[in-house]
Design a protein around this ligand. Structure first.
Ligand code: HEC
Ligand code: HEC
Length: 242
């Protein structure tokens, strides 16, 4: 209870600090938003993109709130943000409204719908694939670790076993067997109790022509998840071939 109260006090001071140092009542350069909407929108923008105010606002005199020139349009990100406001408004007004009458319960598209705490709203599998094309499997793994370090539990990216499992299967489909094995190995390290990640590794070894390893991993998968019918079938097949 005490710590909740402390947190509330800290949030209150942080909030009143921003409120006090920014002149919300005399905007000089609003092209889209109304004065009354300004404060809530600026907080939502910062939160949705995971950035501070100076990401979009002129900080040539310094990054303290009192030093930032909020009216200035020098930062390209501020211009992009204006385009994004227009885009979001149009999506809601012209399209979402056709699906459901816009009322207080309507689901509307906002910055966070796409951005979820990142400036570039990319899916993590897209990031991993790009790193793979640029620098191979090691580069995707180190980027994955980096993102996990920064964004874990923030909801920006999916760090469940599904992500590396998807990426490993993508590589398997491209016949990059050794790289897929590397990715599944990483998934096993992160999720050692999941029967599914061992099953994927079994398939990768099978495709790579390593039957003994395939049997080993399918057995492990079955041990962790006795319901895994695929592992039963694969083991039967692999043993018949032996
Ligand atoms: C993602 C970009 C972005 C972020 C982050 C952002 N803003 Fe803004 N801000 C804008 C845009 C765009 C406008 C202009 C809106 C318009 O033209 O209607 C604006 C306008 C303003 C204005 C009005 C300036 C004037 O004189 O017209 C103030 C004040 C302001 N922002 C404060 C803040 C504060 C404080 C923060 C941090 C809590 C912040 N903004 C974060 C994009 C951003
Ligand atoms: C429908 C999805 C979607 C919504 C909603 C959306 N954005 Fe974006 N945003 C994007 C995409 C996609 C890009 C990347 C464009 C590019 O650079 O190729 C982007 C890029 C940006 C950038 C540039 C980032 C950079 O560093 O290059 C800013 C700033 C931004 N958005 C702000 C906003 C704000 C503010 C809102 C809410 C008013 C918003 N976005 C709503 C999809 C969206």
């Amino acid at each position: 209870m005490k710590s909740v109260l402390c947190t509330l006090i800290v949030i209150f001071f942080l909030h009143s600090n921003i409120t006090a140092q920014v002149d919300w009542d005399n905007p000089k350069n609003l092209k889209i938003l109304k004065k009354e909407e300004l404060r809530a929108n600026m907080r939502a923008f910062s939160f949705s993109l995971g950035v501070r105010c100076y990401y979009c606002h002129d900080d040539s005199k310094g990054r303290k709130l009192s030093e930032i020139d909020f009216s200035s349009d020098v930062k390209p990100t501020k211009q992009i943000a204006r385009t994004m406001i227009k885009m979001s408004n149009s999506i809601n007004k012209d399209f979402i409204s056709e699906v459901r009458k816009i009322d207080e319960n309507a689901i509307s598209v906002a910055c966070n719908t796409c951005h979820r705490g990142a400036t570039e709203p990319k899916h993590i599998t897209q990031i991993l694939s790009e790193e793979y094309s640029n620098g191979g499997v090691e580069q995707s793994i180190s980027r994955f670790d980096e993102l996990r370090e920064i964004y874990y539990a923030r909801g920006t990216y999916d760090f469940s076993e599904n992500t590396l499992n998807w990426f490993g299967y993508d590589l398997l489909g491209k016949e990059k067997y050794a790289d897929a094995i590397n990715i599944f190995q990483k998934n096993i390290e992160l999720f050692p109790k999941s029967g599914n990640v061992y099953d994927s590794m079994g398939e990768a070894f099978m495709k790579n022509g390593d039957k003994n390893k395939a049997i080993e991993y399918y057995e492990k998968s079955l041990e962790l998840n006795p319901q895994n019918k695929n592992a039963v079938d694969m083991l039967k097949k692999l043993r018949e071939e032996n």
